[in-house]
Design a protein around this ligand. Structure first.
Ligand code: PAF
Length: 283
């Protein structure tokens, strides 16, 4: 595995690989690699001949009050994990080479980016869209894999790729869960063992929704309220949002129609740790 830090060098390598008719797949990460990221690599490897991983803690997607400085950066460990997973190229630039002094052009996402995480993390998705575009331009992949765990991010990236006629195929990888049901996340390491226990309420909420929908309940608002109550009763937990959206538009939905797909979106604080999770339902 080759480690590259300079955008120009990465572009030159990607261009050469493309000319040699290699199919390139990219997995973008902010490091602190875990099983979830490795599952994205596996999915990329199923189709792509060459897998490029990027590790870049993107300052532009952190709001001023967020944990940019505290974000874990176990680089040596990440390099070892990426190598063991069979990644071919690791692109790990410095912030200064992605955002040099005169940098000023950014992407502005639409309405989809203003709801849910967008409402609670102002500027977050514009920062994600900007860096994802830059990383696509630098790594020149045929396909890019993103995790369903960040469902809104995935929907925004799909929208952007379509809106801007970007020539890349987006693949999505299912959420990886611990045995407790808690979705694997880089932020889980911040959880104390009590908070970790409490945090399983996210998965229990998904199971509750599954049960209620399979019983024929079509009042999504009522299910969301039951979930908010479950969360409120869990020690140290507080709901930021718990609601159902239309799977296609990400518009909030209160009543389910038969045969349509909905997604339950959850953002919950366990202590000071903000966790998100989601699941798709066919009614
Ligand atoms: O999902 C992430 O880890 C980040 O938002 C991404 C896509 C790597 C952009 O910084």
């Amino acid at each position: 595995m080759q480690v590259i830090t300079e955008p120009r060098e990465m572009q030159a390598i990607a261009e050469k690989l493309r000319l040699n008719r290699q199919l390139l797949g990219v997995v973008m990460t902010m490091g602190a690699l875990h099983e979830g990221h490795l599952s994205l690599v596996k999915l990329a490897q199923k189709t792509a001949g060459i897998v490029i991983m990027t590790i870049f803690v993107n300052p532009r997607q952190f709001a001023p009050n967020e944990d940019l400085d505290r974000y874990p950066r176990p680089f040596e460990q990440d390099v070892a994990l990426a190598r063991a997973a069979g990644v071919d190229y690791l692109f790990a630039p410095e912030a200064g080479s992605i955002y040099p002094e005169n940098f000023q052009t950014t992407l502005q996402c639409g309405a989809l980016a203003e709801r849910f995480d967008g409402e609670h993390r102002p500027g977050h998705f514009n920062g994600v869209a900007t860096v994802v575009t830059k990383l696509l331009n630098i790594t020149k992949p045929h396909l890019a894999v993103f995790g369903q765990k960040d469902a809104q991010q995935l929907a925004i990236i799909r929208r952007m790729v379509e809106d801007l006629n970007m020539e890349v195929t987006i693949l999505e990888a299912p959420i990886v869960r611990e045995e407790s049901g808690l979705a694997v996340s880089s932020r889980n390491i911040y959880l104390s063992s009590e908070e970790h226990n409490s945090a399983t309420v996210l998965y229990r909420s998904i199971c509750h929704a599954e049960k209620r929908i399979s019983e024929g309940e079509n009042n999504l608002q009522a299910i969301a309220e039951e979930i908010a109550e479950m969360i409120q009763l869990t020690p140290g937990c507080r709901t930021e949002y718990a609601c159902f959206v239309d799977e296609k538009t990400f518009e909030r939905e209160v009543t389910a129609e038969k045969g349509k797909e909905y997604r339950l979106l959850l953002a919950v604080y366990a202590g000071n740790v903000r966790l998100i999770d989601n699941a798709k339902f066919l009614t």
